[in-house]
Design a protein around this ligand. Structure first.
Ligand SMILES: Cc1cc2nc3c(=O)[nH]c(=O)nc-3n(C[C@H](O)[C@H](O)[C@H](O)COP(=O)(O)OP(=O)(O)OC[C@H]3O[C@@H](n4cnc5c(N)ncnc54)[C@H](O)[C@@H]3O)c2cc1C
Length: 340
């Protein structure tokens, strides 16, 4: 049986550093231990919660009566080495950015634009993480899961995961059904393409680099992110606090007419994505001090814990931002991190 702790301070396990205590926490390093933890949870009649790096969750205060699995399954295995691609199976507990760095060093492309996203490999399918034009769904071949009800390992193909913008079955119908134990990614041996983002283009224009290498793209992304996203080691946050709202083309075009400075991104023929950070900034809330929390001075989309925030503070600030943006634009923002 894996190591068990009781009444664990949640703030150490949450990049926002908000929350009370976990009743039980198990560090799980292999799939056999999962069955044992579930037997324990049935014995105690408590639900299980799977925790990666705690970078996309807002926890309640007080004692959370959960059996928490701290996912620490390691592993890095080349499954297939083909002419144009390599398939790599990676343990769910591996730090995502460690894996990205390894693939870049191997000159494999596909996830370099997702450099420096905090958290674990096992969480990347959950909200289909993405940044600078790349999304986890574009490289995931399959997801290996522990099927809780049947106490068995199962493989889900990419198509079975119903990936969408910051969404998948793991957030919906399969929530609480599976623990992700490893993920297999297909990475390309082809020459990388520069992320098609104004900030990235500007970065390379200034450096007069027309065809950046993978390592140069990774370095650029890390540099650009440093200015926009606080490092959880220094400033507690849960990253982007709101999703970029997806609206009808007509709503987006009307907004563009009224506010030519807004950048809108096409999603499909009928829908467009609007940067939530821009909406919050235009509503006058960039760098706003709400007391226990602030919006980040360099990026209105990030909520920063000033040191003493509790769950109710997060809820109150969320509501103030949602209301202010709705009153100005008629657009309802949705929170990105999960509230537990
Ligand atoms: C500074 C900062 C920047 C960020 N930038 C980005 C970004 O650019 N793009 C982006 O998409 N996200 C971003 N995020 C959000 C976050 O990093 C990602 O969502 C990340 O994938 C969460 O990983 P985690 O291991 O911390 O998951 P956690 O926060 O621990 O968990 C998130 C959810 O996944 C579930 N989960 C975790 N592991 C497993 C598993 N093995 N099996 C089943 N369920 C599991 C949890 O139960 C929970 O529901 C950022 C966050 C921060 C703090």
């Amino acid at each position: 049986m894996s190591e068990m702790q009781e009444y664990v301070d949640i703030r150490k396990y949450s990049t926002l550093q908000v929350g009370g205590q976990f009743r039980y926490l198990f560090r799980v390093t292999n799939t056999d231990e999962l069955g044992e933890v579930y037997s324990f949870s049935r014995e105690k009649d408590l639900p299980v919660f799977v925790l990666g790096g705690g970078s996309n969750i807002v926890f309640h205060d007080g004692v959370l009566h959960y059996v928490v699995i701290k996912m620490e399954i390691q592993g890095f295995q080349i499954i297939e080495d083909a002419h144009e691609h390599i398939d790599i199976k990676v343990g769910a507990g591996v730090a995502w950015d460690t894996f990205v760095a390894q693939t870049v060093a191997m000159e494999l492309s596909g996830i370099e634009a997702m450099s420096a996203i905090p958290g674990t490999v096992g969480a990347t399918p959950v909200q289909n993480v993405g940044a600078y034009g790349q999304e986890a769904k574009d490289t995931i071949v399959s997801v290996e899961v522990f099927d809780i009800e049947n106490n068995a390992i199962k493989i889900l193909a990419n198509a079975e995961c119903a990936f969408a913008y910051r969404d998948s079955i793991f957030k919906n119908e399969a929530k609480g059904k599976y623990v992700i134990t490893s993920v297999t990614y297909r990475l390309s041996k082809k020459v990388p393409t520069m992320p098609n983002y104004p900030g990235v283009k500007k970065y390379f224009d200034e450096k007069k680099i027309a065809h950046p290498t993978l390592q140069e793209i990774r370095t650029a992304i890390i540099d650009i992110r440093k200015n926009k996203l606080p490092d959880p080691k220094d400033i507690p946050s849960a990253g982007s606090f709101f999703k970029n709202p997806i609206v009808s083309r007509s709503t987006a075009e009307k907004l563009k007419e009224e506010h030519p400075s807004v950048t809108i991104f096409p999603v499909d023929d009928e829908r467009m994505k609007i940067p939530a950070g821009w909406l919050i900034e235009q509503a006058g809330l960039k760098g706003k001090d709400f007391g226990a929390l602030s919006t980040y001075i360099h990026n209105a989309l990030v909520l920063v814990n000033n040191g003493s925030a509790v769950f109710a503070d997060v809820e109150s600030v969320r509501d103030q931002i949602v209301t202010t943006v709705f009153d100005k634009f008629g657009i309802t923002l949705e929170v990105e991190p999960e509230f537990v």
